[in-house]
Design a protein around this ligand. Structure first.
Ligand SMILES: C[S@@+](CC[C@H](N)C(=O)[O-])C[C@H]1O[C@@H](n2cnc3c(N)ncnc32)[C@H](O)[C@@H]1O
Length: 278
């Protein structure tokens, strides 16, 4: 399998070509299937007084399937993901109430074991524009393993307890990590430097998943790589990556981000040499 590459291909086709039990980690940020009502358009230049700035509603063709199509799509990609994941590996899946119920049911149907359901609390959540319901301020993440009789997945318990999570108001130093994570959805400037993705994930949450469940040199695969956040997080933590993405525009953004990460790494090495460090 070629490593450290983002492939401009449908992951349903791409994953089929991979051998069984070949990747250590899968981070899946699939379409949430919430782009309903195709005529709805949002003008990003409009500011919403009292709502904390500009907001962007996701309205993408890849994110609009019928319920039965979405169910079939979920079964197909999760079947492949389970097949290629090593017994020692982990899979993290993002979702919201629109799709996470379906993903949970499909995991159970396929005997993929759900290790934890994590609530990603977003302090800076998208406001409810109509004022007709509560403001959704979390996403759900399922942490899973391949399933089977023995539990062999890797878990860095020491990192989970004693890592540096000072940005998270809910994680107490030296205490066990809980299943509610307080992580801002704001991106650093460098995360948006080469273009944006409407559902781009912050590097901070991806790095937490990677460090909890993989080792340096491991292979992380992301079936829906978007602007390459999962791949960049993996690269910056010394893991190998493979991504699939159907939209060439996002592949282009991801390539630029990854090239830049490489330059950063090289600059760090030069800096260390200049300072006489190892
Ligand atoms: C939720 S976004 C992922 C965003 C990503 N986590 C990031 O931070 O940039 C899902 C992405 O999956 C892509 N996609 C949808 N269906 C796909 C498929 N069958 N194979 C590969 N990519 C797909 C979409 O084009 C979209 O960019």
């Amino acid at each position: 399998m070629e490593l450290n590459i983002i492939i401009n291909q449908d992951c349903l086709k791409g994953m089929k070509t991979l051998k069984d039990n070949i990747v250590d980690l899968i981070i899946a940020d699939p379409p949430y299937n919430l782009s309903k009502g195709g005529e709805w358009k949002w003008d990003n230049s409009v500011k919403l007084a009292g709502m904390g700035g500009n907001w962007n509603k996701v309205m993408e063709s890849w994110d609009n399937m019928s319920l039965s199509e979405y169910f079939a799509f979920t079964i197909t990609w999760l079947t492949e993901a389970q097949r290629i994941l090593k017994p020692t590996g982990s899979m993290w899946i993002f979702g919201t109430y629109h799709n996470i119920g379906i993903i949970n049911v499909v995991c159970q149907l396929l005997n993929i074991e759900i290790i934890n359901e994590v609530i990603w609390y977003k302090r800076n959540a998208f406001p409810n524009l109509a004022g007709r319901r509560l403001t959704a301020s979390h996403e759900t993440i399922l942490w899973c393993n391949k399933g089977g009789k023995k539990r062999e997945y890797y878990f860095d318990y020491e990192y989970s307890k004693n890592g540096n999570f000072d940005y998270d108001s809910l994680k107490q130093p030296g205490k066990q990590m809980r299943t509610v994570w307080d992580i801002s959805n704001n991106k650093e400037k460098r995360e948006l430097e080469y273009g944006k993705h409407p559902t781009q994930k912050p590097l901070r949450i991806l790095k937490r998943m990677i460090q909890l469940s993989s080792r340096e040199g491991d292979i992380m695969l992301t079936p829906f790589s978007g602007a390459g956040s999962e791949c960049l997080a993996a690269k910056e933590l010394g893991r190998n990556y493979v991504g699939y993405e159907v939209d060439p525009h996002y592949v282009d953004i991801a390539h630029k981000r990854l090239e830049h990460a490489m330059l950063n790494n090289q600059m760090n090495i030069f800096d260390s040499i200049n300072k006489g460090e190892e």
